[in-house]
Design a protein around this ligand. Structure first.
Ligand code: OGA
Ligand code: MN
Length: 262
């Protein structure tokens, strides 16, 4: 039996949009696992300040981005030498001029994730299958309120662990940031450039609260304010790459990271 739908096409579209919105929001909830005892207010803030948009780019766009990046990045060597550094098993570059179709994607990132401009140099980080981004906070000297990342080639799990409140809070423009000045204070023993960009404060999982986020390939995450200042972030190594008890296979992963000015 054929059931004819008497709804107008617009109604059908609206219904589809609504269904999509419901799917997206439940989908979004499923991508974050809250662990430990979260104060209600902290969790509310976190929800606003750590967002994941699935399928932010299409497969074609992923390929376009990869094709632009690959010739440059493949000439670099993966760095595995400095175990103390925040990132292990990676190569990275920065890019200012992009092919027009990729520039469009970055403009979309800017519109969705940032109030104003993004820094002209976009950071590209290629993490080897064995690579790991250890828990760190991006320096407030080089990076403002918001950090966004598009994930290419692989799913991964990002963990955000609560660290000292306010320690990394950015002061209003014109005044110096409050982040720790010295190496010992920041717990960072890595080589200079990495230590300056990424601080590695101690943030234990015990008696603490944290969140695991499933970052699907081709998603965009937007980490701002509370999530950016009061939590460390890390990408779990492939052996630890689990989300809610299920292994999330992590292969080579390229991230395209936009930040705003301090
Ligand atoms: C970083 C960082 C996250 C990512 O480079 O400081 O945290 O998504 N990268 O690659
Ligand atoms: Mn970082």
């Amino acid at each position: 039996m054929i059931i004819l739908c008497r709804c107008s096409p617009i109604r059908q579209i609206l219904r589809r949009c609504h269904r999509q919105a419901v799917e997206n929001s439940s989908n979004k909830a499923n991508l974050t696992a809250y662990l430990g005892k979260w104060p209600e207010k902290e969790q509310q803030e976190f929800r606003q300040h750590m967002r994941i948009i699935t399928d932010f780019i299409s497969e074609t766009e992923e390929q376009q981005l990869h094709e632009e990046i690959e010739p440059y990045i493949s000439r670099l060597r993966y760095e595995f030498d400095h175990w103390d550094d925040a990132i292990h098993g990676f190569r990275e570059t920065e890019r200012k001029k992009w092919f027009p179709q990729n520039r469009e994607i970055l403009e979309r990132v800017r519109q969705v994730a940032f109030d104003g401009a993004i820094m002209p140099y976009v950071h590209i980080l290629d993490l080897a299958p064995d690579g790991v981004i250890k828990a760190h906070v991006d320096s407030t000297r080089y990076c403002g309120t918001t950090i966004s990342g598009i994930s290419l080639l692989s799913d991964s799990v990002m963990r955000l662990v609560r660290t000292d409140a306010q320690r990394y809070q950015q002061k209003s423009s014109g005044t110096a940031a409050t982040e720790p000045e010295s190496e010992s204070e920041s717990e960072s023993k890595g080589s200079e450039p990495d230590a300056a960009y990424r601080h590695q404060p101690k943030a234990s999982l015990e008696n603490n609260f944290y969140a695991d986020l499933l970052l699907p390939r081709r998603s965009l995450y937007i980490m701002s304010h509370t999530a950016r200042y009061n939590f460390t972030h890390e990408i779990l190594a492939k052996e630890q790459s689990e989300f809610q008890g299920t292994l999330v296979p992590k292969t080579r992963r390229i991230s395209i990271i936009c930040r705003n000015e301090p």
